[in-house]
Design a protein around this ligand. Structure first.
Ligand code: BGC
Length: 430
């Protein structure tokens, strides 16, 4: 059977985010968004996976599988439930989580913001509040001060692009539910400023901390008139954030699928001019981006017979290799950690295949000398998939929604075995 070998010291693990697994995250903007009358969210997060209380057993389980890294997030709204009111017991909770991860022999990778904001900031405009970047940096400094030398790896913000096009352009049903180009552009700028301010603040407290942020990078397949549109989308949804990370210690790459944008070639110059013109951009771009990004479950235009996931995405494990290459091209030599890659499916064999085919492209990136440090699979558990509720199942470990029982799937053991041995055995002819 052919084998692919990965480097010694490769980081192997899974990722989660606070709001998606902890439960009762009552002070966050998402909680308010889910529970408001007429909410676009399919069901509220409620008790989620009760990971806030069950983390000791959850963390042990991940380590027993053979994984050596766990990425999770600190909830700003628990740490600062009211403006400038720091809740020390919440900080102590996250320190306990870090200790549990370390005691289990795993490296903690801590995300400081994964989509959610404290409700007090959400009520004041969210990322459009002029003070948001500075308030975020100050919260990050408090967390890092508290966790001290127990954590080396920090991601400031998870997928700024999704936050901005999801909540400010209306491409996903994310709070605060704004839907205009100006808000989108301003949210992008604020998120860049917030990341950079946070990086400075973290290094101010702990110069040795390795600070990065995580990007959502799509594999784009464009032709003809689709080419200028993809260039525009990449600039607004990917490059703006990747370039803001030029001085980071590492970058996180996440990819879930490939998007096709084809349009007749005659449209190419027209679209190029339109995208360069302010007025047309204002009228055309918001609906166009909503169509192009129709992510998180929307219907998509795909060739008949295309294999899809429960998200409605094209099943395309190899997108991760393309994403790594794209980021490596923009930031040559920058250490890359794959911070998410996964698939929503009811059939766990599809997850095994997804991991295997994705890792084969990662191995090719390593062969080409790209500095990939590790692979963290999304996600450890079936969890709250934002506006889509609990329907899309991404977990290596299933969670019974009634009893909270953890169900270890074969894919979890498959990834654990690769982590232990550093070897991926490919299905061969013999
Ligand atoms: C996000 C996760 C989400 C996953 C699957 C990523 O965009 O960081 O929070 O659950 O994709 O959709």
């Amino acid at each position: 059977m052919p084998e692919l070998r990965f480097p010694e010291g490769f980081l192997w693990g899974t990722a989660t985010s606070g709001h998606q697994v902890e439960g009762d995250n009552v002070h966050s903007d998402w909680w308010a968004w889910e529970n408001m009358p007429g909410s676009p969210v399919r069901e509220p997060s409620g008790r989620a996976c009760e990971h806030f209380w069950r983390y000791p057993a959850d963390v042990r389980l991940l380590a027993e599988l053979g994984l050596n890294t766990y990425r999770f997030s600190v909830e700003w709204s628990r740490v600062e439930p009211e403006d400038r009111m720091i809740e020390t017991s919440a900080l102590a909770h996250y320190r306990d989580v870090v200790e549990a991860v370390r005691a289990a022999g795993m490296t903690p990778v801590v995300t400081l913001n994964h989509f959610t904001l404290p409700a007090w900031l959400g009520r004041r405009g969210g990322w459009l509040n002029p003070r948001a970047p500075e308030r975020f940096a100050s919260y990050c400094a408090r967390v890092v001060e508290f966790l001290g030398d127990r954590v080396d790896w920090y991601a400031t913000i998870n997928e700024s692009a999704s936050v901005a096009f999801g909540g400010y352009l209306g491409a996903l049903d994310f709070p605060p539910g704004r839907k205009d180009l100006r808000s989108w552009e301003r949210a992008n700028q604020a998120l860049v400023a917030a990341h950079q301010a946070a990086r400075e603040a973290i290094h101010g407290v702990r110069p040795q901390a390795r600070v990065g942020q995580t990007f959502t990078i799509t594999e784009w397949a464009a032709s003809g008139g689709g080419v200028p549109v993809v260039e525009y989308l990449r600039a607004m949804m990917e490059d703006v954030f990747v370039e803001a990370s030029a001085d980071d210690d590492w970058v996180g790459v996440q990819s879930y699928t490939r998007e096709h944008l084809a349009a007749p070639a005659v449209l190419e110059p027209v679209l190029r001019r339109a995208l360069a013109s302010g007025l047309v951009r204002r009228l055309v771009v918001p609906p166009a981006v909503r169509v192009a990004t129709r992510g998180f479950g929307g219907p998509r235009r795909m060739a008949p017979g295309t294999r899809t996931t429960l998200m409605g995405y094209e099943y395309r494990p190899e997108a991760i290799g393309a994403a790594v290459r794209r980021v490596a091209e923009l930031l040559p030599g920058k250490p890359i950690l794959i911070t998410e890659h996964g698939v929503a499916t009811k059939d766990d064999a599809e997850r095994v295949e997804y991991i295997s085919r994705g890792l084969a492209t990662v191995r090719e990136c390593l062969d080409d000398g790209l500095p990939v440090l590790g692979y963290l699979h999304w996600s450890a558990f079936d969890n709250f998939e934002w506006a889509l509720g609990y329907r899309p199942t991404f977990g290596l470990i299933g969670v019974d929604r009634q009893t909270q029982e953890r169900i270890v799937r074969p894919s979890a053991r498959f990834l654990g075995e690769i982590a232990r041995s550093g070897v991926l055995a490919l299905p061969g002819d013999s």
